[in-house]
Design a protein. Structure first.
Length: 261
C-alpha cells in the first residue's frame, strides 16, 4: 500500500508539471515575449511543486537532487563546456562527411541574444526540474536505477512527441539526451550538472543555426542533398551523445554506496 501511494504521488507530480506548463503558456501568451515569460513562469512553478512534494513526503530537496554545494559551480561549468564541445563535434562531423556549411548570419539580432540565453536557461530548468528531480529520484528510491531512468526516458520522449517532435527525433534526439542528463543526475546526485549540459547544448545548438537558422550561423544544405544531410546529422548526433555519455561516466565515477547503474 505504501509503495502504491509513492507511485501515485509520482504520477500526480508529473501531471502537475504538465498543468503548470500549459497554464504558464496561457497566462503569458499576450506578453511582449511569451516564450521567455511562459518558460520562466513554468520553471518557477515546477520548482514550487517539487518543494511541496518533498514537504508532503517529509524529505529534503537534496533527496531529489536539488542542492547547492562547493561543487555546484564547477559541475555547472563542466556541463556547459562539455555540451558546447559536443555541438562542435557534431558540426565537425556533419561538415566533414557532407557538403553542409555554416555561414555567419548577416541578420543576426544581437539584441535578442540575452533574451534567448535566458529562454534556453528556463527551458533547461523547467525540463530538469520536471524530469530529473522528484520524478527520477523517487522512482530510483523504489526501483533499480536503470529501470527508474528508463521510465523517465520514456516519459521525456512522450512529452516531446506531444509537443510536436516527430517520432524519430523524439526517440533518438530526446531519448539520447534523456540518457545523458539522467546519468549526469544519478552520478552527481544533483541537478546542476545536467542543467549545465542541457542549457549549454540548447544555447550552442541555437547559435550554430540548428534551430531554424535563427542563431549566429546559418546552416546551408545543397539542393538535393537534404536527405543525406539529415541522415548524417542523426548519425553525428548519436556519436556525439554516446561520447558525451562516456565522458560523464568517466569523469563522475559511481560511489561505492550507491545503487549501480
Amino acid at each position: 500500500m505504501k509503495t502504491a501511494i509513492i507511485y501515485f504521488k509520482i504520477i500526480i507530480f508529473y501531471l502537475f508539471t504538465l498543468i503548470v506548463f500549459a497554464l504558464a503558456s496561457g497566462v503569458t501568451k499576450n506578453s511582449t515575449n511569451p516564450d521567455l515569460f511562459s518558460l520562466g513562469l513554468a520553471a518557477t512553478l515546477t520548482f514550487i511543486i517539487a518543494y511541496l512534494f518533498t514537504y508532503w513526503d517529509k524529505i529534503s530537496l537534496t533527496k531529489i537532487g536539488i542542492q547547492y554545494n562547493q561543487k555546484s559551480i564547477t559541475e555547472f561549468g563542466i556541463g556547459i563546456l562539455l555540451s558546447v564541445l559536443m555541438v562542435m563535434t557534431m558540426t565537425a562531423l556533419l561538415t566533414y562527411f557532407t557538403d553542409v556549411t555554416f555561414v555567419k548570419s548577416r541578420s543576426f539580432n544581437y539584441k535578442l541574444l540575452t533574451a534567448n540565453i535566458f529562454l534556453y536557461f528556463f527551458v533547461s530548468c523547467r525540463e530538469e526540474l520536471a524530469f530529473r528531480t522528484y520524478l527520477l529520484w523517487r522512482l530510483r528510491d523504489n526501483l533499480r536505477p536503470w529501470l527508474a531512468l528508463s521510465i523517465v526516458i520514456s516519459v521525456f520522449i512522450g512529452e516531446h512527441i506531444l509537443t510536436g517532435t516527430n517520432l524519430k527525433m523524439a526517440i533518438f534526439g530526446s531519448g539520447l539526451g534523456a540518457i545523458l542528463f539522467g546519468l549526469a543526475s544519478l552520478r552527481t546526485k544533483n541537478i546542476v550538472l545536467p542543467l549545465g549540459l542541457h542549457f549549454g547544448w540548447n544555447t550552442a545548438h541555437w547559435l550554430m543555426g540548428y534551430k531554424n537558422n535563427t542563431g549566429l550561423f546559418h546552416e546551408t544544405v545543397p539542393l538535393g542533398f537534404e536527405q543525406q544531410a539529415e541522415s548524417t546529422a542523426l548519425i553525428a548526433y548519436t556519436i556525439t551523445m554516446i561520447l558525451g555519455i562516456g565522458i560523464i561516466l568517466l569523469l563522475f565515477p559511481q560511489s561505492q554506496n550507491s545503487k549501480k547503474i
